[in-house]
Design a protein around this ligand. Structure first.
Ligand SMILES: [Zn+2]
Length: 354
């Protein structure tokens, strides 16, 4: 495998994962600063990127590049100073503006010109009246909504630079969380964004979540490359996958009270009937659709007698590298998409890019 190894977020085993490439300094200590957005947006080096309903803004015409293997796509930005001029103090008032500003962090902290990145989640703004209607308050974002292309994170990340893929992943993950959790899970009162977009505060001053805040719940899932004694890889087809030729590795959610290793072994038995021997950690990638963290392992099966459950998993078989390459070439098997961790787990087993 190519050695594009990031010491921050990736392992040697999986040195490239499209949604796990962040090298930004979160600067978590700044999140509670009430003047954060005013200060950061006033700096000329600050980048402002836009997300909406799980989509990221890219320059006009770039959405079509998603389908081209080697095409690059970048995030569209709007000038921070324009945003500040239009919204000023109101920027933090999500109810009024429909905008959730998120401070993603900075590059080059400690240098002469640190570069901060702010994401604006404009899902709520986009629903408001008068978008792009020339209202003075909505010039910058109204124009952005109309002129930029909007693409999914899954489509964008494999074509993006490492930095922008990281920015987009965080922004989409937080945006989806805010969208899905509008009321306090403790008391049912409306919540508002807090900690520069990374948390929520319950609007009820008597609620525990007013003081202690609410943080995103991440849903861990395990995903496992299962190999046999001949180093053949087990690939399976699940009932919920629309394409009958789609084959991938074994995966499932971690149950309450269960650790990762137990989940790996349980899922293997449930879906394929295989007992696993040694289990090794490979790497992890956020999967904010809406809130998963995929934790990847590699495991050796203790036998080769595959028995699929017939409900969740319809077929599962071991492939040699030659068999798999031939099945791909002949179009008999379709592998997981380029944003998925499964794709890179299969390549790790295969020994090169597929
Ligand atoms: Zn509450």
């Amino acid at each position: 495998m190519a050695a594009s190894f990031s010491s921050l977020a990736l392992t040697q085993m999986l040195p490239f994962l499209p949604l796990a490439q962040g090298d930004i300094d979160y600067q978590t200590q700044r999140r509670s600063d009430p003047n954060l957005f005013a200060d950061v947006l006033a700096q000329p080096g600050t980048t402002v990127v836009l997300v909406r309903d799980g989509l990221v803004a890219v320059p006009d015409g770039q959405a079509a590049r998603v389908d081209y293997e080697t095409a690059k796509i970048r995030l569209a930005g709007v000038p921070g100073q324009y945003v500040l001029r239009e919204f000023g103090d109101k920027l933090g008032d999500c109810e009024e503006t429909g905008i959730i500003p998120i401070f993603l962090g900075s590059y080059g902290v400690g240098s002469e010109h640190p570069q901060a990145v702010v994401a604006l989640d404009i899902s709520g703004f986009a629903l408001k009246d008068g978008i792009g209607g020339g209202a003075a308050q909505t010039q910058v974002l109204g124009r952005a909504l109309q002129r930029f292309d909007w693409v999914s994170l899954m489509g964008f990340a494999p074509h993006a630079s490492a930095r922008e893929a990281g920015q987009a992943t965080t922004a989409v993950a937080l945006s989806r969380w805010h969208d899905n959790q509008r009321y306090c899970p403790r008391c049912g009162c409306p919540v508002r964004p807090a900690m520069a977009g990374w948390a929520q505060q319950c609007g009820n001053a008597d609620c525990k979540a007013h003081e202690s805040l609410l943080f995103p719940r991440i849903e861990p899932a395990v995903i496992t490359s299962i190999v046999d004694g001949q180093d053949r890889l087990l690939l399976q087809h699940n009932r919920t996958w629309k394409n009958p030729l789609h084959y991938s590795v074994c995966a499932g959610f971690v149950e309450a009270g269960e650790n990762l290793e137990h989940a790996v072994r349980r899922e293997a038995i449930e879906e394929t009937g295989l007992m696993l021997g040694e289990v090794k950690y490979l790497g992890s990638q956020p999967w904010p659709f809406p809130a998963s963290l995929m934790v990847a392992f590699k495991a050796r099966a203790l036998g080769t007698d595959v028995k699929v459950d017939g409900r969740e998993t319809l077929d599962a078989r071991f492939f040699t590298r030659d068999e798999f390459a031939e099945a791909l070439t002949r179009g008999k098997v379709v592998q997981p998409g380029k944003a998925t961790i499964a794709r890179y787990m299969i390549e790790e087993w295969y020994g090169q890019k597929l």
